[in-house]
Design a protein around this ligand. Structure first.
Ligand SMILES: CCCCCCCCC/C=C/C(=O)SCCNC(=O)CCNC(=O)[C@H](O)C(C)(C)COP(=O)(O)OP(=O)(O)OC[C@H]1O[C@@H](n2cnc3c(N)ncnc32)[C@H](O)[C@@H]1OP(=O)(O)O
Ligand SMILES: NC(=O)C1=CN([C@@H]2O[C@H](COP(=O)(O)OP(=O)(O)OC[C@H]3O[C@@H](n4cnc5c(N)ncnc54)[C@H](OP(=O)(O)O)[C@@H]3O)[C@@H](O)[C@H]2O)C=CC1
Length: 291
């Protein structure tokens, strides 16, 4: 696991931070479990003993993970679902209930965005990202929490957001959505604590998953230099922290956000679109055009 690329992932062999068997008897739902961070999370949770249900829009990706789990004898449910569709979420939860019973863990990982300057984003694009990264995440957490509350039992939610503390130049819609998820997490952590529901966020910095292919080549080339470690993380790094947050090891942790970004919140200049000349090393102040 030293080379931090998704191609090098050895999901079966990479060392686990937590004791195997820690999640024996638990059921976890992982949204976006067919690829990248969600797929790695599904693997970690299964290796720790959990039964796993994965969802996403693309059935082929889910089926590939299902086949891999079947080959290992790990219980899995692969159920296509768009997290923006509340009726679809109810069907997902019904399918999980029929197969495994009420889930114990929700990993709210599905999400994505496109890179575009803030002044250029069309209303439809803004709504698509907010619907996915904020509303979709919310619909999932509310639907699962309702079932826990109705069932008189608690559970654990991990919301995967993105490191947004210094803003996210080039993805303003996602920055707004992720900040919203982090705040509703703090709110729900208080409101749902009486029901034994714990909820936290994990905010990754740049992680070398297939999802990065949507960014311009020039921006991608600079990603690995945009933090003090001068490296991207890999999905396994993030998956281990997801499992940590999902386990009873963190039973005293709720309403918080863990940032895993190689120190990018402290140092580094990240652009998901082409870096404006204003921010280049060669920029001279006289170049500023003041009307
Ligand atoms: C220091 C700091 C550390 C910060 C460190 C953190 C950095 C974070 C880096 C994050 C990395 C990742 O998340 S990597 C993983 C990300 N994976 C992805 O992003 C892939 C998934 N992305 C998506 O699925 C899409 O982006 C998303 C829009 C959300 C999906 O929605 P839909 O399928 O409904 O959307 P579409 O139908 O495709 O498009 C809807 C509209 O959105 C707009 N739109 C869509 N794609 C567009 C594009 N490329 N360019 C312009 N506009 C676009 C158009 O208006 C579209 O309308 P029309 O014009 O009518 O078509
Ligand atoms: N890689 C990175 O550098 C970072 C990633 N993140 C976030 O981490 C999460 C995982 O990303 P990553 O693994 O890197 O990238 P991927 O693109 O591989 O993963 C995104 C997953 O979300 C699913 N998804 C997207 N939209 C929906 C939807 N509307 N309904 C259901 N599923 C959906 C996708 O499946 P499908 O397309 O089949 O629906 C896919 O499996 C995302 O929320 C991402 O934004 C945050 C910070 C940095």
């Amino acid at each position: 696991m030293s080379a931090r690329t998704v191609d090098d992932l050895r999901l079966d062999d990479a060392p686990l931070a937590l004791a195997s068997g820690l999640l024996d008897g638990r059921t976890a739902i992982v949204s976006g479990g067919g690829s990248g961070i969600g797929k790695a999370a599904a693997w970690v949770l299964a290796r720790l003993g959990a039964r796993v249900a994965i969802c996403g829009r693309n059935p082929e990706r889910l089926e590939a993970v299902q086949s891999a789990f079947d080959a290992r004898g790990w219980p899995i449910l692969a159920h296509p679902c768009d997290i923006r569709d509340e009726a679809g979420i109810e069907r997902l939860l019904d399918a999980v209930a029929a197969r495994f019973g009420l889930p114990d863990i929700l990993i709210n990982n599905a999400g994505g965005q496109f890179a575009q300057g803030a002044s250029q984003i069309a209303p439809k694009g803004w709504r698509a990202v907010i619907e996915t990264n904020l509303t979709g995440c919310w619909l999932m957490m509310q639907a699962v929490a309702r079932r826990w509350i109705d069932g008189g039992r608690g559970g654990v939610i991990v919301n995967v957001t993105a490191a947004n503390g210094r803003g996210m130049p080039g993805i303003a819609h996602s920055a707004a959505a992720r900040a919203g998820v982090e705040n509703v997490t703090r709110t729900a952590a208080v409101e749902w604590a009486p029901h034994g529901i714990r909820i936290n966020c994990l905010a990754p910095g740049l992680v070398d998953s297939g999802g990065l292919s949507v960014y311009p080549e020039a921006a991608r080339a600079a990603f690995a230099r945009a933090n003090p470690q001068r490296a991207t993380g890999d999905p396994w790094d993030i998956a281990q922290i997801i499992a940590f947050l999902a386990s009873d090891t963190t039973r005293f942790l709720t309403g918080t956000t863990i940032t895993a970004d190689g120190g990018g919140a402290l140092w580094g200049d990240l652009w998901t679109i082409e870096r404006p000349v204003y921010f280049s090393d060669s920029f001279q102040k006289a170049e500023i055009h003041v009307a």
